[in-house]
Write a protein that binds this ligand. Structure first.
Ligand SMILES: Nc1ncnc2c1ncn2[C@@H]1O[C@H](COP(=O)(O)OP(=O)(O)OP(=O)(O)O)[C@@H](O)[C@H]1O
Length: 242
């Protein structure tokens, strides 16, 4: 019988984050609990100022929480304080980040924009470029591998940026409004790509979005309001790998 893998890739327990002190203190996140499983694509929604970016940045180990626990890919990385000395290495190994705008380096072609991450991770130049080209093929922009960013359409540039986020085979992919600059057809293409990546790589994908057009693309939606999660329904059983 197939074994059901119920270990979440992202586990957030009682996580809180405040900024400032005294009367200037802002409770940006209050007692957040969430789990995201392999193969899942989840949405993180909420009004402006509700804490979405703060939560994404805590999970990305860019921002230090104030309290709680964070476990990534079975490894507890924060438990009242960081448990890892080298957070940059941790991010390179475990996390891929997709931004609202592709932020491609304008002086590098599509291939090198992806390969640069692999250079940082210690790949040889040849191996980095080979993997970069494979990823561009996978994301159906292989024919644009030598194009400079200014020559790419918005959707093509976003796919190169997604390839870059995938370069190091991260188990966790965090996306901040990845479809905001795209029309609804291209937004759906990007969401379908993220779904395929989640399934193929058994990755957990968290997407911050305001985009009502893509709500049906999520396995589960976490809604934040004033730093609290409004719903914590169990993830869809069908989305769990067997
Ligand atoms: N560096 C900071 N210093 C002080 N307060 C901050 C800081 N970053 C965020 N905040 C506050 O924390 C709260 C949550 O902000 P956050 O950016 O996470 O919200 P958001 O849901 O991502 O908003 P938006 O949809 O507008 O991007 C807000 O009240 C914000 O003003």
């Amino acid at each position: 019988m197939a074994e059901v893998n119920l270990q979440p890739v992202v586990r957030v327990e009682h996580l809180s984050k405040s900024f400032g002190e005294g009367t200037a203190r802002v409770e940006a996140l209050r007692d957040i609990n969430m789990e995201v499983f392999p193969g899942q694509v989840v949405g993180l929604m909420g009004p402006s100022g509700s804490g979405k970016t703060t939560l994404l940045h805590c999970i990305a180990c860019i921002l230090e929480p104030s309290s709680g626990r964070l476990t990534l890919d079975g490894d507890t990385v924060y438990d009242g304080h960081w448990l890892k000395a080298d957070l940059r290495r941790l991010r390179l190994d475990k996390i891929g980040f997709i931004f609202q705008y592709p932020n491609l380096l304008p002086f590098l072609d599509g291939t090198d924009n992806v390969a640069v991450v692999l250079d940082l991770a210690g790949y040889s130049s040849g191996a980095a470029r080979k993997r970069a080209m494979e990823l561009l093929e996978y994301l159906e922009v292989g024919h644009r591998k030598h194009a400079m960013p200014r020559q790419l359409s918005g959707g093509e540039a976003q796919r190169v940026a997604i390839a870059r986020a995938l370069a190091n085979r991260p188990r966790i992919i965090l996306a901040d409004e990845p479809t905001a600059p795209l029309d609804s057809a291209r937004a759906r293409i990007v969401m379908d790509l993220l779904r395929r990546i989640a399934v193929d790589q058994q990755a957990a994908i968290i997407v911050v979005t305001h985009d009502e057009m893509i709500l049906d693309r999520f396995d589960h939606i976490f809604r934040l309001r004033d730093g609290r999660l409004e719903t914590e329904a169990a993830p869809k059983a069908a989305a769990l790998p067997v």
